[in-house]
Design a protein around this ligand. Structure first.
Ligand code: 13P
Length: 267
């Protein structure tokens, strides 16, 4: 386990338009602030909302006014600026106040054929920015799981994305999100026991490259895939995972805040 606080990221994907995102952010802010007031000694949970690009600014304003949560982006491009139609730069994200960036989400690997090389460049670009933390998403699909290829798939995804960073000393935070593709949006999460084994494996690979002390200080490994209010504490409270990346269950204020409260209560 990392010495950093548990991290709860709400990935809203492409589910909400700007006004819906703003309203949900306001409702979550209110509820998170209430929870912190009532549970002040146990409230050390970092909450991050990850809206679509067009809603980032509106949600960031709610975040900075309330102080209830930080902001994440769902992707970014690896160049600072230039002729890259449709892409978003780290420079624009920084200006809005984004502090986390998801990279290599399985939906991007699947629907826009995001390559390992593109993922590596994005990881390096975000890691070079002192204000932002990359969240590298990795995970095997159903047939890879059935064929017993989970570890080799995770190893390949991790090593190719972190190839450049593994050559240097680790000086900034990084988050690894283990999101088995077969668990995303299916209502069937991985088991905590499965995750514990995967985390040990991922942590071992990172410790080989960076050393245990730096990994303990700067790396969080979190879980994503059908996390709900009834399962989140299986992953976060039993000292298994450093947090969760939540999709569907983060789309209502009541659902997401029950997850936040559940984790706070378990600390
Ligand atoms: P669900 O929580 O809807 O399964 O989505 C998980 C996910 O992909 C988060 O990035």
């Amino acid at each position: 386990m990392s010495s950093l606080p548990p991290l709860l990221l709400a990935n809203w994907k492409m589910n909400l338009c700007v006004s819906e995102s703003r309203s949900l952010a306001r409702a979550i802010a209110k509820s998170v602030l209430n929870a912190r007031k009532n549970k002040s000694t146990r409230a050390n949970v970092q909450v991050v909302l990850v809206p679509s690009f067009t809603a980032l600014d509106a949600v960031a304003r709610v975040g900075s006014r309330s102080g209830a949560f930080s902001i994440g982006a769902q992707d970014c491009f690896w160049e600072e600026r230039g002729a890259y139609t449709g892409e978003e730069s780290v420079c624009s994200l920084r200006e809005i106040g984004v502090s986390f960036v998801l990279i290599g989400h399985s939906e991007r690997r699947q629907y826009v054929n995001e390559s390992n090389e593109a993922i590596r460049k994005k990881i390096e670009c975000v890691s070079n920015d002192s204000t932002m933390i990359p969240v590298l998403c990795i995970g095997e699909n159903h047939s890879q799981k059935v064929l017993g290829k989970r570890k080799s798939v995770l190893q390949q995804q991790l090593l190719s994305a972190l190839k450049g960073l593994f050559q240097r000393r680790l000086t900034r935070e990084i988050v690894i999100a283990y999101e088995p593709v077969w668990a995303i949006g299916t209502g069937v999460p991985a088991t905590a026991v499965d995750c514990a084994e995967v985390y040990r494996y991922i942590r071992g690979l990172m410790e080989n490259a960076w050393g245990a002390a730096a990994v303990g200080r700067l790396c969080r490994i979190i879980y994503g895939g059908s996390v709900s209010e009834s399962t989140v504490t299986d992953f976060v409270s039993k000292d298994i995972s450093d947090g969760a990346l939540i999709g569907g269950a983060s789309l209502t204020a009541s659902g997401f805040t029950r997850i936040v409260h559940g984790v706070m209560d378990s600390l």
